[in-house]
Write a protein that binds this ligand. Structure first.
Ligand SMILES: Nc1ncnc2c1ncn2[C@@H]1O[C@H](COP(=O)(O)OP(=O)(O)O)[C@@H](O)[C@H]1O
Ligand SMILES: [Mg+2]
Length: 314
């Protein structure tokens, strides 16, 4: 019997993909995992995997069309490339609010600058002068300015008044930025969420250096209150179901006992072994391996908008 195949698309990371490949081999005799191989891709012959785990297409963008072709050919892709690529922080925030998950007040800003072919005439729909004062009165200071795609904490500014806001905005160039009320938190929680249902809530201190954020938070924050933890876990599930993410981290800033969703579209969360407590790394590898095996063995569920139209065709 030929084994079902899981392919991993990766960047520089080593510890997580190596551990995942080994774990799939350990838990399944019918499924095998390997680093996916991508050549020049004929559109009707994408890499033949039952499951693809995408850890890098946000940075290696040429993998994005390949992943979509693989999905069309029947692969289950983690995370769903169609959903992931459509998401942005402004939309996600609004969706969270509609689902009953508290979020900071958030605005979308027109870009500071544009390409040469965009003239003032091209921007006639924008209302100048823009309503900066009204926004500042509503969202208040301090405020965060950050790119609507997000990722890697790049171009994230915390501003304290209108002057700082304009300085940050002036530096944002052609990016589309959002402005967001700062949640001045007493605790911060990051949930690892696998398969939309398995949730591991962890204290995580974003003010510490990168490699200490999980481990150090056990020093800088008291343990999570169990009632609050249950709420956070439920919100994390709600967000991952709504966004269709099978591999994600979901962050909450806690203010006055209320968990506000801050960053919940981390489609390739950092699973580097040396930055995680060993038990956390083990939990992630275990849940990811089980998810890969389950997806490989399961009939593809209708996930994509053309599924119904293609049903029954060769
Ligand atoms: N509204 C906010 N309130 C409080 N802290 C925030 C807020 N927005 C961002 N932050 C802080 O800035 C960090 C980076 O913002 P985030 O939305 O995670 O951007 P990225 O997608 O680039 O990681 C967060 O981890 C958090 O510590
Ligand atoms: Mg983040």
């Amino acid at each position: 019997m030929t084994k079902k195949r899981v392919g991993l698309l990766v960047g520089r990371e080593r510890t997580f993909p190596d551990a995942l490949i080994a774990r799939v081999a350990a838990v399944s005799s019918t499924v095998t995992a390997e680093y996916a191989r991508v050549d020049l891709t004929a559109v009707d012959r994408p890499p033949a995997y039952d499951v693809l785990v995408d850890r890098i297409s946000h940075d290696v963008v040429c993998y994005q069309p390949v992943l979509k072709l693989a999905a069309l050919a029947g692969a289950r892709v983690v995370n769903n490339p169609f959903w992931r690529i459509a998401d942005d922080k402004a939309f996600g925030t609004a969706l969270a609010a509609r689902l009953g998950v508290p979020v900071p007040r958030t605005y979308v800003l027109p870009s500071k600058s544009y390409g040469e072919d965009i003239t003032p005439d091209s921007l006639r729909n924008l209302t100048f002068p823009l309503g900066w004062e009204a926004m500042a009165r509503d969202a208040g200071f301090p405020m965060y300015l950050k790119p609507h795609w997000g990722g890697g904490m790049r171009d994230v500014y915390k501003v304290r008044d209108l002057d700082e806001l304009f300085r940050a905005y002036d530096a944002s160039g052609r990016l589309t930025m959002i402005a967001q009320e700062s949640i001045e938190w007493s605790a911060y929680v990051r949930c690892v969420v696998i398969g939309k249902t398995e949730v591991l809530p962890l204290r995580w201190d974003p003010t510490l250096p990168h490699h200490e954020r999980y481990v150090g938070a056990e020093r800088t924050m008291p343990p999570l209150d169990p009632g609050l933890e249950a709420v956070v876990v439920e919100h994390a599930r709600t967000l991952c179901r709504a966004l269709g993410y099978d591999m994600n981290t979901v962050e909450f800033a806690i203010r006055d006992g209320v968990p506000y969703a801050i960053d919940f579209m981390n489609s390739a969360p950092d699973f580097e072994g040396k930055f995680l407590p060993p038990a956390v790394f083990e939990w992630i590898v275990d849940r990811m391996a089980r998810l890969c095996v389950e997806l490989a063995e399961r009939e593809p569920a209708p996930t994509y908008r053309w599924d119904a139209l293609l049903a029954g065709r060769p």
